[in-house]
Ligand binder design. Structure first.
Ligand code: GLY
Length: 328
């Protein structure tokens, strides 16, 4: 279908632009973000920092073995190995930490926080990330559950393309405290049956997550290859800097990507959440069906995002050849 223009009358699914009235505010991807948000809020109410809340909430999702796309229980790579990606970012001081393609560690979000707090680096990958985690006291454990192994075996029998339509994916969570400070985190097992070593958008600062303490924060979910080629979350924040409401910034980012990308809006399968420093929040996805969770004192709900295409969420993407005859 044709790309819809900014804020068109026919925009699907949006429940309207949001505004928190009390803080802390937590916004995260998908309905499974709601219990994560609620734990994050309780963590802050009990005296934890905003970052403590983000970490605690995401750990809840990572530990849910029924979730096939985050933490334990995540669908493995082509070789049957679960490789996890995560990042964390705090607005004050503009600090960030991340791990990618890490194996055997239940809580990559906590390792990402250690990278931020205990090293001069931002991103550790693969064996180096695992070695660092073990040095920091994290224990190694199997992450491939019986259900995920069974799904992988079925995929092996079919040898179909990698896919992610068995479940929704990444948790991205962003938060704002009463003092106006922002933070966020993101965690995923990534694209099911991916090539070993594949890294998606989720652990990359500016792609799966971006926090700017002057403006706002944004996070992404969906096909990582279609976010990380556009610095998607960074772009959302930059549109907020220009004065757009967070929901409008998410819509405008998808419009930009869909205009540039040969896949077009129907095939990108990407979604964004955003909050600004004033506590306004919103979300948008390329297709129908992207829901996000919003929690602040006195309110916790799952909302429909704005959708720019009638296609539902779920499928794969990545680098595509240019259309025949164009730029050749
Ligand atoms: N958005 C998660 C991934 O593509 O890895």
């Amino acid at each position: 279908m044709a790309l819809l223009m900014f804020n068109p009358p026919g925009l699907r699914g949006a429940e309207g632009e949001g505004q928190a009235t009390q803080f802390p505010l937590f916004v995260s991807t998908w309905p499974f973000g709601q219990p994560a948000n609620e734990l994050a809020r309780k963590t802050v109410e009990r005296g934890g920092s905003l970052l403590d809340g983000i970490e605690a909430g995401i750990r809840l999702t990572e530990a849910d073995f029924k979730n096939l796309s985050v933490g334990i229980g995540g669908l493995p790579n082509r070789d049957g190995v679960v490789q996890l990606d995560a990042c964390i970012m705090v607005g004050r001081g503009h600090q960030a930490g991340a791990v990618a393609a890490i194996e055997g560690i239940l809580h990559p979000i906590s390792v990402a926080r250690k990278v931020m707090e205990e090293t001069p680096h931002v991103l550790l990958v693969g064996q180096g990330a695992q070695d660092f985690a073990v040095d920091q006291g994290f224990s190694l454990q199997p992450l491939l559950t019986a259900t995920a192994r069974e799904e992988w075996r079925k995929w092996q029998a079919k040898q179909s393309d990698p896919k992610r339509d068995l479940n929704h994916d990444t948790i991205a969570m962003i938060g704002l405290d009463a003092a106006g400070n922002l933070a966020g985190g993101c965690s995923t097992s990534g694209l099911a049956y991916k090539l070993p070593g594949r890294v998606g958008d989720s652990p990359l600062i500016g792609d799966g997550l971006y926090v700017d303490n002057e403006v706002g924060a944004a996070g992404a979910t969906g096909v990582g290859e279609n976010v990380l080629r556009y610095c998607g979350s960074f772009l959302v924040v930059e549109f907020m800097r220009q004065g757009l409401h967070p929901q409008a910034a998410c819509i405008k980012t998808i419009e930009r990507i869909a205009r540039l990308d040969p896949l077009g809006v129907d095939e990108l399968f990407i979604n964004f959440i955003a909050i600004d420093k004033a506590g306004r929040f919103g979300a948008a996805g390329t297709g129908e069906g992207f829901e996000y969770a919003v929690t602040y004192p006195g309110s916790s709900e799952v909302r429909d995002s704005a959708a720019l295409s009638s296609r539902s969420v779920g499928a794969i993407g990545g680098n595509q050849p240019e259309p025949r005859g164009e730029n050749r």
